[in-house]
Write a protein that binds this ligand. Structure first.
Ligand SMILES: [Zn+2]
Length: 253
């Protein structure tokens, strides 16, 4: 198959006891976009066109991925007609109802208002072994452990047709909140209760309009997006004025 690489990024994961590097990304052909997961370093770069043989498809957390392992071969080719990375990464937002009907996708874009947070949000503690969230000091795999502090936000975004959950990690949460993990930890003496921090995070994000792009999956709880980008989608005052102007001038009932 021939694909154009839209984006690729290196990530380290735990596989059992082992730490491995995986190259995650998005690729596209004439028919659409698919998530890529390469377990071998093919030195992939955004914008390249590839001829791939020996890859396979698998579903991971509700998203279909093209997996490349050491049995796959990748060859750089010239082949016109495949979509540009900018086209793949800048598709306009779609309605949340349509996203849910479509079953999600590797690069979905939505826009809506923040209407709430789901627990756990704010200051959380993770297992040092597996990064799972702890219940108190308990990891369901590793038992009682000393947790590592982290920030996250499970943001409920609503666009009037439906709602999705945005699973924001530490860096996105810090950026949206304007508060860093170090800032929180520095004030833990005064505010030891995580529910205080969850409340402050909610105050900071509630009612904001966001545009979010990322991998969207659908399950019994609805649509969840693992965000790659979260941007403030402030109301465009100029176009709002243009829309309103005809209704404000001259015409009287
Ligand atoms: Zn654990």
């Amino acid at each position: 198959m021939y694909v154009r690489v839209a984006r690729v990024a290196e990530r380290t994961v735990s596989v059992g006891e082992e730490r491995r590097v995986v190259y995650d990304g998005l690729v596209a052909d004439e028919t659409g976009v698919i998530a890529l997961s390469a377990w071998t370093d093919f030195n992939l770069r955004s914008g390249e066109t590839l001829e791939i043989t020996g890859g396979y498809l698998r579903a991971f957390r509700g998203i279909t991925q093209l997996v490349l392992d050491e049995r796959a071969t990748v060859r750089r080719v010239e082949r016109p007609g495949l979509p540009e990375p900018s086209t793949i990464l800048n598709s306009p937002p779609i309605s949340m109802a349509r996203l849910e009907e479509s079953g999600g996708g590797p690069s979905a874009s939505v826009e809506g208002l923040v209407v709430g947070l789901l627990p756990p949000s704010g200051l959380v503690y993770r297992c040092p072994e597996c990064r799972r969230g702890l219940q108190g000091e308990h990891c369901r795999i590793h038992g009682t452990v000393k947790g590592i502090a982290d920030l996250r936000a499970r943001i409920v975004l609503d666009d009037g047709t439906g709602a999705v959950t945005i699973n924001a990690g530490r860096s996105e949460t810090e950026r949206l909140w304007g508060v860093t993990l170090d800032g929180v930890l520095g004030q833990l003496g005064a505010k030891p209760d995580p529910s205080i921090w969850e409340g402050e995070l909610l105050d900071a994000v509630l009612g904001r309009r966001l545009r979010v792009r990322g991998a969207a999956s659908v399950d019994d709880f609805g649509v969840t997006i693992q965000p790659e980008t979260i941007d403030a989608a402030d109301i465009d005052l100029e176009s709002a004025a243009e829309r309103l102007a005809p209704r404000l001038g001259g015409e009287r009932p």
